[in-house]
Design a protein around this ligand. Structure first.
Ligand SMILES: Cc1cc2nc3c(=O)[nH]c(=O)nc-3n(C[C@H](O)[C@H](O)[C@H](O)COP(=O)(O)OP(=O)(O)OC[C@H]3O[C@@H](n4cnc5c(N)ncnc54)[C@H](O)[C@@H]3O)c2cc1C
Length: 456
């Protein structure tokens, strides 16, 4: 039994939802329908307004053995925030303040429920730059840290982990601890903060984070490079990186899917030719530096069979291209059973695409792909026909095996969540799995926080 009265005493009656028809949006996330877990029947949603209230909720839950599911923006793609057992969904949405933009230390302090969109706007208004850009700006600070999200700009600046300098966390027992600070170096003891980053809500509830910021760059351009063949597009990615230029992003998209996304947004995809494209974003201290990089990249791509290159320099034009790329998931959704998140060493990206072609042929399907090619991180989309034929799992496992054989991982940025655990045995050795379980037990002795997620 969930202690609804106890929760109401902590947050006030208005902030506890018990009626099913008022909580539907808290029972799902953005996971594809073919693999999205079903929510449990008996769920209560609670919305605390402070770290102290989060702490009181967890003390109550821990005492009464009630399961708690931390929830951010619900943009996760692996079912992490879905309450699959009877319990409490704890939404951080009311912790929505950017507490400080510290221009002297180049840091921002934000509560867990601040959205990525809100964070970017506040930081840019202060004349600074927050580099990571996972595709959905509705994601919240707590969710970004809990998932160690990445997105399009990771090649040059790295994933969220590289930006988190401090976190405030409520442990499953209700104790509150702060880790790190506005520091660029911190070697005190074991690095618990980095254990929390990417822990998908199973070790503690993040209530606040401190992120490092960068000064705004002066110049930026976006290239769209087109190819007649997807292998040629992908094979030129390592060559660009080996040329010495490190772009802000190298994204790989296929014509059909990117045009669908543009149409869905009421925008026009700028490239007229080609079956596959690279979207390459370069930044620099001035226009000359940007221009030099564009020229160098363009030369490499031409050498590797690009058929056309266009350069967008106007801000709005560049923003539209990024928006079209970021929204690719949305119109594709009805056709897709599952979208994977495999990552291989960057130079092996062509090899994994070859493997996928072989697998597609064997199982008589097509596998559209897009992703963060510069990071070796691709999102193969497994279509609904595999659900109908009953071969979805088999195809997925084949792709995973090929990925692991190349020294890759089954998830580069989305996490294991609840839907990737059936592959846990494939991707981690026995001792690593045992260590992870032991760590979970130390943090959460009663296993109340987001069980059945991230590890098994
Ligand atoms: C269109 C689209 C594009 C996307 N593009 C990218 C991309 O490019 N790169 C990328 O990495 N991801 C991407 N994602 C996935 C998603 O946006 C990220 O995983 C994001 O970090 C999830 O944040 P959220 O606040 O929505 O978390 P939720 O979905 O609410 O939760 C995700 C997980 O984090 C846990 N959690 C949430 N808040 C907290 C907290 N405060 N404390 C502890 N645990 C918490 C939850 O329990 C759950 O396990 C995309 C998703 C969509 C829909």
């Amino acid at each position: 039994m969930i202690n609804v009265e106890g929760l109401q005493r902590i947050v006030g009656e208005d902030w506890v939802i018990t009626k099913r028809d008022q909580m539907e949006s808290y029972l799902v996330d953005e996971t594809y329908l073919g693999v999205r877990p079903e929510p449990a029947d008996n769920v209560v949603v609670v919305k605390p307004a402070s770290t102290e209230e989060v702490s009181e909720i967890l003390k109550l839950a821990n005492r009464e053995n009630t399961i708690v599911y931390p929830r951010g923006g619900g943009t996760g793609l692996v079912g992490g925030a879905i309450p699959t057992e009877d319990g409490v969904v704890l939404s951080l949405e009311r912790l929505d303040k950017v507490e400080e933009v510290d221009k002297e230390n180049l840091m921002v302090v934000a509560q867990a429920g601040v959205t990525l969109g809100q964070l970017i706007e506040t930081v840019e208004d202060a004349g600074l730059f927050f580099p990571p850009h996972p595709g959905d700006e509705g994601a919240q600070v707590g969710g970004l840290v809990a998932c160690n999200a990445a997105g399009t700009r990771a090649i040059k600046y790295g994933v969220i982990r590289n930006y988190v300098k401090g976190v405030e966390v409520v442990l499953p027992t209700g104790e509150v601890i702060s880790m790190g600070g506005k520091l660029l170096k911190d070697n005190q003891g074991l690095d618990l903060m980095h254990l929390l980053i990417g822990s998908e809500g199973i070790l503690g509830i993040i209530t606040k984070a401190i992120f490092r910021l960068y000064p705004k760059f002066a110049g930026m351009a976006t290239l769209v490079v087109s190819y007649d063949d997807r292998h040629e597009a992908i094979n030129s990615v390592p060559k660009i990186l080996q040329s010495g230029v490190i772009p802000l992003a190298i994204e790989y998209v296929e014509a059909k899917e990117v045009e669908m996304s543009a149409q869905h947004l009421g925008l026009k995809w700028p490239a007229a030719k080609g079956k596959a494209h690279l979207i390459i974003i370069v930044t620099g201290a001035n226009e000359d530096e940007v221009y030099f990089q564009c020229e160098q990249i363009s030369n490499v791509c031409q050498e590797y069979k690009a058929i056309d290159t266009l350069i967008a320099e106007r801000r709005e034009e560049q923003a539209d291209i990024l928006k079209i790329r970021s929204e690719m998931y949305t119109p594709l959704k009805p056709k897709i059973a599952d979208a994977l998140d495999i990552t291989v060493p960057p130079a092996d990206i062509g090899r994994i695409l070859d493997e996928m072609d072989r697998i597609a042929q064997r199982f008589d399907t097509t596998i559209p792909v897009f992703g963060h090619a510069g990071d070796g991180n691709l999102h193969p989309n497994l279509l609904n026909d595999l659900l109908e034929k009953g071969t979805l799992k088999e195809v997925k496992r084949e792709i995973y095996k090929a990925t692991l054989n190349l020294g890759g991982v089954v998830t580069g940025e989305h996490g294991m969540g609840k839907i990737r655990l059936s592959e846990f045995d494939l991707c981690l050795d026995e001792k690593s799995r045992v260590l992870m379980k032991e760590i979970k037990r130390v943090f959460d002795p009663n296993n109340i926080l987001n069980p059945g997620t991230a590890i098994m």
